[in-house]
Design a protein around this ligand. Structure first.
Ligand SMILES: Cc1cc2nc3c(=O)[nH]c(=O)nc-3n(C[C@H](O)[C@H](O)[C@H](O)COP(=O)(O)OP(=O)(O)OC[C@H]3O[C@@H](n4cnc5c(N)ncnc54)[C@H](O)[C@@H]3O)c2cc1C
Length: 352
């Protein structure tokens, strides 16, 4: 018998690949952090970087780093770690599609205790806007620098990084985690980063997961260096995408809707709201040839995302899914957290 009671285990534990189910931003960010620390990694997924299926959320995100309101200090820290990594990429690696931009955030009411204002602890150049800088009907707002990620650049970039570090992608749909275990009998650590897939995997069937449709307008413009965010009566954003010379206008959240069709009424409403928020960037009637449409399903979860470790027989299963509208803002923080969890599992196998 080999270790863990497995009869055919000849490979020392640290050399057995960590298997990641899912190659969205969560699975890929985790793969990168693990590979940078010497682990061997295989990603198994139905959709891979570069694909454009609406159920592959990572292809469609805005994707702005915005401090989430209403989250615990531990989750705030995960977002802060992610900001640190994204900032480094923006500075050192222009191919990453990550850029630093100015931001203006307006709120209708003074911030509650647990609002997104916690971001001031990490965001450079954070300051309160004075009344003269606020649009009518707003009482409060902030200016700061943040990072935006262009997924059309970042996902292919990350794929290249993972391969150059020795990681491997396998395109395959599985119906259960058991099916995955059978494919890799030597592996002991599995990461479930399957997003909305966790709703249907036979041995996960997490009924807290739900699809939340998003639809955005892409407006081609060279005026693409400032982010605007309005959260209150209205959920409206203008996310600049300097590496694609445009801005992303949103947003909308439709629970349970899985339609891939562009709803032109929503698109029109998003343009109108964006024009109200920043008329100097978005004209009332932008030329049709400058417009594109984005539809994607956010992998949301009641009560928030899952990030935990379970020991099931001889395997360690790490779950990291349910990131809804914040997967990019958490991604590399989750990658680091998963790295620590894998290191703990490795230690338990080797030392104890
Ligand atoms: C319109 C829109 C705007 C957004 N804006 C932002 C933003 O501004 N900032 C932000 O932080 N986030 C934003 N998001 C959210 C962000 O896109 C998601 O949180 C993030 O992409 C989730 O990543 P993920 O890796 O968990 O899931 P996904 O990207 O959905 O990846 C899941 C992976 O699991 C694989 N998989 C699932 N089931 C199986 C199976 N049974 N077998 C094999 N493979 C399987 C899939 O093929 C895929 O590779 C936005 C999302 C949308 C739709």
């Amino acid at each position: 018998m080999g270790d863990c009671g497995h009869p055919s285990s000849k490979i020392p534990f640290p050399q057995r690949p960590v298997i990641i189910l899912g190659a969205g931003i969560i699975g890929c960010a985790a793969a990168r952090q693990l590979l940078l620390n010497g682990f061997s990694v295989i990603l198994v997924a139905e959709f891979l970087p570069g694909d454009q299926n609406i159920f592959y959320a990572s292809a469609w995100a805005g994707a702005a780093w915005h401090a989430a309101g209403g989250i615990s200090p531990d989750h705030q820290y995960l977002q802060a770690v992610c900001y640190r990594h994204l900032l480094r990429m923006a500075r050192d690696d222009p191919d990453s599609g990550v850029c630093v931009v100015d931001s203006r955030e307006y709120v209708e009411q003074p911030p509650s205790e647990n609002s997104s204002a916690w971001g001031k602890a990490i965001l450079p150049k954070f300051r309160d806007l004075n009344h003269g800088e606020l649009p009518p009907d707003f009482n409060c707002g902030w200016a700061y620098e943040t990072v935006v990620t262009d997924p059309t650049r970042h996902m292919p970039y990350l794929r290249g990084k993972i391969i150059s570090l020795g990681g491997q992608f396998i395109r395959k749909r599985v119906e259960s985690l058991e099916e995955l275990y059978a494919l890799f009998p030597e592996s002991r650590i599995f990461i479930n980063a399957s997003g909305i897939g966790s709703q249907t995997l036979h041995d996960v069937r997490d009924d807290k997961c739900f699809p939340e449709r998003g639809q955005n307008v892409f407006y081609h413009t060279s005026n693409c260096h400032t982010l605007y965010f309005r959260n209150g009566k209205e959920y409206t954003y203008i996310i600049p995408r300097p590496s694609s010379q445009g801005v992303v206008l949103g947003g909308v959240k439709e629970r349970g809707n899985r339609s891939p069709e562009v709803d032109m009424e929503i698109a029109r409403d998003e343009i109108t709201r964006a024009h109200r928020l920043a008329p100097e960037i978005v004209p009332e009637n932008p030329p049709k040839e400058c417009l594109g449409y984005i539809v994607g399903i956010r992998p949301s979860r009641e009560g928030g995302f899952r990030l935990d470790s379970e020991k099931i027989k001889s395997r360690v299963i790490l779950s990291a899914y349910g990131f809804g509208g914040g997967g990019y803002a958490f991604s590399y923080g989750i990658g680091d957290a998963l790295l620590k969890m894998v290191e703990d599992a490795e230690r338990d196998h080797i030392i104890l």
